[in-house]
Ligand binder design. Structure first.
Ligand SMILES: *[C@@H]1O[C@H](CO)[C@@H](O)[C@H](O)[C@H]1NC(C)=O
Length: 576
């Protein structure tokens, strides 16, 4: 009974809609022939014959216009300024049909018309259209439009789009040059501004000023204090900022720069940790991604998760529920979760897969692998997680399996050509590379590549050096094989494979020897974290491909090896 009466109600609702739309179809037909029309709208000399009552139905502006006392009785022509005939046609069509096709070409004039005529539903259509179109090339323009028409949610989305894509937007968007000084200032002062180097901010300000030097030169004094000057590369501060003509010409700027120099000095020499977060010249920007170092061996296997913020060059514990320890596992980030795969608790080789949610900071478990795998290699390709080789407690494995998060199940794929335990894997351009490892007798020099499309393995050129406990990662269109162990020696050497030439080439070696460390790419730098250098180490270093140099980064608080690293989007908790 109940169900029946509901469906009956729905029917009467549908019927009502049908009658309405039929009626509006008829009104529209009448309009086309001019029948029963009682007003003419004139814009820019173009006339539209309409029914007052229909326009009143969608716009309070028309209601006021037609109903107001000052309108001389009998007058039926209304001249409306400030709206293009194209936009007026769309508005009138909308009043009769309740539909409008918003396009990139008409959205601005339509929005202006809907704003003037006070038609919220058209504003809403335009708003949704712009929201869907948001990209690097138009985010500034959309921000400016949203600001004009007080579309606060759209303004906010466009604003954070600019903040997140600041580097590209500031260097190549033409619309960027149209921002007002207040708008630009509100962008560059954000902690969330996604720049790995503060130089980007100073350059952006100069580019914006250079667009209209005569009126904008004076704004340097407003904008310069928003640059985290003390976070600039020191040489850049000395050579580029201090010597800049605009900076030199402004007394205010000279004072700010001298404060910054002092802050740089303090930053190097003293300062309780965290004090630099207070000073606007030294406060680091918030990271857009952070690096997690998971598990590993400290005194014993650990369950610790620590997070590294590249922007502040700082490690922090990510507090969470206790989990049983794990080391010699693999970890990957996929769709909001960090998966920790296989490894050992120090006693047995594991096939379990634990899943860490960095937002809630909680753990759970998903389906275990078919095989126990300690010293496992892992990679993600096309939404699947792959686990390769490892050690099951008895033998070194050549088997491989794939996890589908949708079905929560592991399936064997083609085995590798070599047994590989303590190898490492990465994905480059859709193909997975597994390099080195230990086969039970010797350290492996070969490397192979799995194509998920053909489901086949191909042997690629062997590395220059056999490596197990190696770190393999894709970086700048190459596969890097870093460190590891060979003949009981821990390695400093690094090599990179170019799939185009099928060749390995030597890369600048690390400062430290290391094997069984964490490896990841973040902020365009290749990081290696902890590992064995003979004993366990706290040391972290990173490789900059542009300068071809390794730099020391902040050490971890405890020495750790056989950990694994992965990069996750910035955590809300990191703001603290
Ligand atoms: C931050 O900027 C970099 C490049 O400048 C970009 O690769 C990265 O995707 C941006 N991060 C976010 C969260 O948009």
């Amino acid at each position: 009974m109940n169900a029946q009466s509901t469906s009956k109600e729905m029917n009467s609702y549908d019927m009502e809609r049908e009658i309405m739309s039929e009626a509006f179809g008829i009104f529209n037909d009448l309009r086309q022939t001019g029948a029963l029309c009682d007003a003419v709208i004139v814009v820019n000399g173009v006339k539209f014959t309409v029914h007052k009552i229909i326009l009143c139905g969608c716009s309070t502006y028309f209601r006021a216009l037609f109903a107001s006392g000052w309108n001389v009785k009998g007058k039926d022509e209304y001249i409306i300024p400030g709206i293009s005939p194209e936009a007026m046609k769309l508005v009138i069509d909308y009043a009769y049909t309740h539909s409008v096709l918003v396009t990139a070409d008409n959205v601005e004039s339509l929005l202006a018309a809907a704003d003037q005529l006070n038609i919220p539903s058209i504003m809403e259509h335009c708003n949704n259209f712009l929201q869907d179109q948001l990209c690097r090339d138009n985010c500034v323009g959309i921000f400016i439009i949203a600001d004009v028409y007080h579309l606060s949610e759209l303004r906010e989305s466009a604003f954070f789009f600019m903040v997140k894509n600041f580097k590209q937007v500031a260097s190549s968007s033409e619309e960027f040059l149209q921002l007002t000084v207040e708008q630009l200032s509100s962008v560059v002062e954000k902690d969330e501004l996604n720049v790995s180097q503060e130089e980007v901010v100073f350059d952006a300000i100069l580019r914006w000023i250079a667009h209209e030097p005569s009126s904008r030169n004076c704004h340097i004094a407003v904008l310069l204090p928003k640059v985290r000057l003390a976070r600039l590369n020191e040489e850049y501060l000395m050579k580029t900022v201090i010597k800049n003509d605009l900076v030199k010409a402004s007394k205010e700027c000279r004072r700010i720069v001298s404060d910054a120099l002092k802050a740089v000095y303090d930053l190097d020499i003293t300062g309780p940790p965290g004090s630099d977060f207070e000073n606007p010249l030294t406060r680091p920007r918030l990271p857009s991604e952070i690096l997690l170092a998971i598990g590993g061996w400290t005194e014993s296997p650990a369950s610790q998760v620590t997070a590294y913020d590249t922007r502040a060059d700082r490690w922090a514990d990510v507090a969470l529920e206790h989990e049983s320890p794990l080391s010699y596992h693999g970890s990957v980030y996929l769709d909001g979760f960090v998966y920790c795969i296989g490894g050992t608790d120090g006693l047995v080789c594991s096939n379990s897969v634990r899943r860490f949610n960095p937002f809630t900071r909680t753990w759970d478990r998903v389906a275990p692998m078919q095989t126990r795998r300690c010293y496992v290699s892992v990679a993600v390709a096309d939404g699947y997680i792959y686990a390769f080789g490892g050690f099951d407690g008895l033998t070194r494995l050549n088997t491989a399996e794939r996890y589908d998060p949708a079905s929560n199940s592991w399936t064997f794929i083609q085995p590798m050509q070599e047994r590989r335990s303590d190898a490492s894997a990465t994905t480059l351009h859709g193909k997975i590379y597994v390099c080195g490892g230990y086969n039970g007798n010797t350290t492996v020099q070969t490397a192979e590549c799995y194509d998920p499309v053909t489901e086949q393995w191909t042997t690629i050129a062997p590395m220059r050096t056999p490596r197990h406990g190696v770190g393999v990662i894709s970086f700048k269109d190459k596969v890097y094989a870093v460190g590891g162990t060979f003949q009981y020696r821990h390695l400093r050497s690094v090599e990179a494979y170019d799939p185009v030439t099928n060749c390995w080439q030597a890369v600048k070696p690390m400062h430290n020897t290391r094997s069984n460390f964490g490896i990841e790419v973040i902020d365009d730098l290749l990081f290696v974290v902890g590992g064995y250098t003979g004993s366990r180490t706290t040391k972290v270093e990173c490789f900059d491909a542009e300068t071809g140099t390794w730099y020391a980064a902040q050490d971890m608080c405890c020495s750790r090896s056989s950990l694994s690293c992965c990069v996750v989007p910035a955590l809300p908790s990191m703001v603290e």
